[in-house]
Design a protein around this ligand. Sequence first.
Ligand SMILES: Cc1cc2nc3c(=O)[nH]c(=O)nc-3n(C[C@H](O)[C@H](O)[C@H](O)COP(=O)(O)OP(=O)(O)OC[C@H]3O[C@@H](n4cnc5c(N)ncnc54)[C@H](O)[C@@H]3O)c2cc1C
Length: 495
Amino acid sequence: MIFDADVIVVGAGPAGLMMAGDLASAGVSCALLERRTERSGLTRALVVHARTLEELDARGMADELVASGTPLPELRLFSSAALDLSRLPSRFPYLLVTPQYKTERVLEERASRMGADVRYGHEVTGLTQHPGGVEVKVRRDGHPDQVLRAGWIVGTDGMRSTVRQAVGLPFPGGPVVRSVMLADVRLTQPPPSALTVDSTGDSFALVAPFGDGFYRVIAWHRCDEPSEDAPVSLDEVSDVTRQAIGTDYGMHDPRWLTRFHSDERQVPRYRDGLVLLAGDAAHVHSPAGGQGMNTSIQDSANLGWKLAATIKGWAPPGLLDTYQAERHPVGRQVLRNSGALLRIALKPSPAFVGARNSLALTVTRIPFLAKRLAGAISGVSIAYPAPPGAHPLAGKRVADLRLADGRRLYEALRGGRFLLSGGPGTLPADAATGYRDRVETAPIARASTTVTLIRPDAYIAWAAPASTVTEPQIRDCLAHWCGSPARPAAQTAGQ
Ligand SMILES: Cc1cc2nc3c(=O)[nH]c(=O)nc-3n(C[C@H](O)[C@H](O)[C@H](O)COP(=O)(O)OP(=O)(O)OC[C@H]3O[C@@H](n4cnc5c(N)ncnc54)[C@H](O)[C@@H]3O)c2cc1C
């Protein structure tokens, strides 16, 4: 089969744009097909969390995105409870409020710069897997249907994923909340805190600033759930917000009014043969906690380098399967956390609301609990399974340490390679011989008791005490994670 690209990525939302950028920057040819005819100007997500910003930092995109938004050092939960994010062990100790289209723009500019072929107005209508590759059917307005071929397909085509349906994977789960109103408005008397969330009785409302003079209001009333295509009026949003929070802050001049519903669903397998799924195509849940786009971008950060390694021919056996092993449990946990937050937010009984508000206050004031909650919401505590007996750092996110050459570690990751890192004098000079295309030796500036191998997605693959580590151990770990030292000829996709 002659391929049009090594990989076809279907859907140019946050997951697809991140995926295309990572594949292209690893030298893999990639076509990104999007059914919309132009960039989206709409915003569903407006919160980017610290771990996502770190992943963007490892690709040189974070500073531009941060400059486009408003950093909030605390997350207001219920009533007066606020979760302090300013102590997160991250270069980004806050959540960033910025419209989804700005995040997508930064991701798309990088994908195009790296050489990804981004094609708008290309709707995938079906696919067929063959032993050595995949054919996708593409519909284009005003053109005859087209068939494109690639070694691999990544479905990042959202909740109603055509790719997922074409390979026959189920999407078990169901609706959790219906007919939620969304309004982007101006406010005459904006709230004092940056993010306001509250619920009383049957009403729930959230108000958050965009940073451009507009505010996102999400409002829901238990007893008023018209069909999703019923028009929304500003009066309705204002009434429900007043019931939930006590004021509507003088909302006026809406630029977007709509309704949405949320399902909780997760696909059991993120891979079927030569087809992989990421983002909302693999998991969906309510917007509570602002996790969907963040999880989607992080799926791609996990998968991109593994798929590139497989196509380039150096992936050790089983590397691609770690995508399912690592990201499926994260998706499941996000569904649980966001589901719990939503149910707590929407409980109607006044007695429960009182208890919930005092519990939220307690949790946010006890440092240990507040730290755990901040780690979970921001994503900085996400860790991947490590084999029994592994060093405690294995599988954890790596900190942004200063390197001996003056760079930050996340700047060094922009090369897309593994980093073999340790304190001064702890790394044998020729430790990475034969791996220079995949591994950079990156000594850190200060003394350290640990030698680590850091993956391109900024997680620690392997670690060992510097006092006992031997060169053969390092070579074994490189072979385990980075394949054999002599670079083999490119593997035929799908083998
Ligand atoms: C009201 C609301 C608020 C939210 N707030 C947050 C938040 O604050 N933080 C957060 O992290 N998440 C939030 N989310 C969730 C977030 O918007 C999604 O999780 C995120 O957009 C998923 O990204 P994705 O790339 O997987 O899919 P999508 O963004 O859905 O992108 C899929 C793309 O695929 C394209 N496509 C679909 N079918 C085809 C096809 N057959 N052929 C070609 N292209 C196709 C679509 O046009 C689309 O561009 C919110 C969601 C809602 C509804």
